[in-house]
Design a protein around this ligand. Structure first.
Ligand SMILES: N[C@@H](CCC(=O)N[C@@H](CS)C(=O)NCC(=O)O)C(=O)O
Length: 338
């Protein structure tokens, strides 16, 4: 007997969307029954059901539509306490997983977007691929018409998300830092907080999944971080994986400190400059980090990210704060969280 699709979650997304890949991987790992829909018509009708029209969009079995990946992850945790949580048990690790996921969603995403849309030589192919995905075989003309409008729109947003010649050194440096950091870890261990994945790895995976698609980065990433490049492919489907959170006797791996250093050096200064400019009613903000300049339009969503991170830190109990104190201080994150 065929199962009824209305009893399942429907994910509206596409394979060229980092957050869609992230959330599909979460659903597969968590073994939550779902279907995947990537056609243009479904996506457009789903967009009409949510406040901010970004993908992926989930239709729940109760018929309601939801999006924004991080709140979705937390909501699914509550709805499906099935032993395959992606939030570490230990409070301090849960905070770190949240912080690293946010770092991937909001900073690594800038590098991903940069490599996808900045280099005009590659933009034609990726926009046609996304058209190909969206139209599921309804002819070259449809694909190419869509691709042209879509790439114009995405490229017009470049300055808004921070991709420019001026910001290029920092974005490419950040991308290399993520690749090198993962490459120093994944040959020994696939996960960050034990032998099972947390929301942090899914966040990193989502953005990096696109490095397989984009000509401007594919060769570089594959050469610079070969095991990481392969690791990405495994994350698409971890449904058969069984593992445990790290026991108390096991220290955090070095990769956590390296990722937090990226946050302390680049992500928090970015968030602070954005929030300060928003406060002052400015349209644009600038900051410098690692000796490199950066300028972009003020982004309201990321004002909220900073507030949420600070709140999550404030909500930690004293023993979690004590456990994290040293690490957050030496990576330059603590002053921004307090
Ligand atoms: N904060 C959202 C961001 C999702 C997002 O930015 N999605 C992009 C594509 S990956 C999007 O839908 N952009 C608008 C569009 O392509 O129409 C999340 O975590 O899900």
């Amino acid at each position: 007997m065929q199962s009824n699709v209305n009893d399942l979650y429907t994910i509206y997304g596409h394979i060229g969307s980092p957050y869609s890949m992230k959330m599909r991987a979460v659903m597969r790992y968590r073994r939550i029954p779902h279907v995947w829909k990537d056609g243009a018509l479904g996506i457009e009708s789903a967009k009409a059901q949510v406040k901010v029209p970004v993908i992926p969009i989930f239709k729940y079995p109760d018929g309601n539509f939801h999006n924004d990946s991080t709140p979705l992850i937390y909501d699914l945790e509550e709805r499906h306490p099935n032993g395959r949580s992606i939030i570490p048990d230990r409070e301090s690790d849960a905070f770190l997983a949240f912080l690293i996921e946010d770092l991937a969603d909001e900073l690594l995403s800038k590098a991903m977007y940069h490599y996808r849309w900045f280099d005009k030589r590659h933009v034609k192919q990726i926009s046609e691929w996304i058209g190909f995905d969206m139209f599921e075989g309804s002819g070259r003309e449809n694909i190419e018409t869509f691709a042209e409008t879509f790439r114009e729109r995405q490229m017009s947003r470049l300055a808004f998300v921070g991709s420019s010649e001026h910001n290029r050194p920092m974005l490419e440096h950040i991308s290399n830092l993520f690749l090198d950091t993962l490459e120093s870890h994944v040959p020994d261990r696939w996960f960050l907080f034990g032998s099972r994945p947390s929301m942090a790895e899914f966040g990193l995976f989502g953005q990096l999944s696109q490095y397989h698609n984009d000509l401007a980065i594919v060769d570089h990433a594959r050469q610079r971080a070969p095991y990481t490049f392969r690791w990405i492919l495994h994350f698409h489907d971890l449904s058969g994986f069984e593992g445990e959170w790290r026991p108390n006797s096991e220290p955090l791996p070095d990769i956590i400190e390296k990722l937090l250093k990226i946050a302390g050096e680049f992500y928090f200064p970015f968030l602070i400059a954005n929030a300060a400019a928003a406060d002052a009613g400015q349209k644009e903000f600038s900051f410098e980090a690692g000796g490199m300049p950066y300028t972009q339009g003020v982004f309201k969503y990321q004002v909220k990210c900073l507030a949420t991170l600070r709140q999550a830190y404030a909500d930690l109990n004293d023993s979690a704060k004590n456990e994290l104190g040293n690490l957050l201080e030496k990576t330059g994150c603590l002053i921004f969280l307090q």
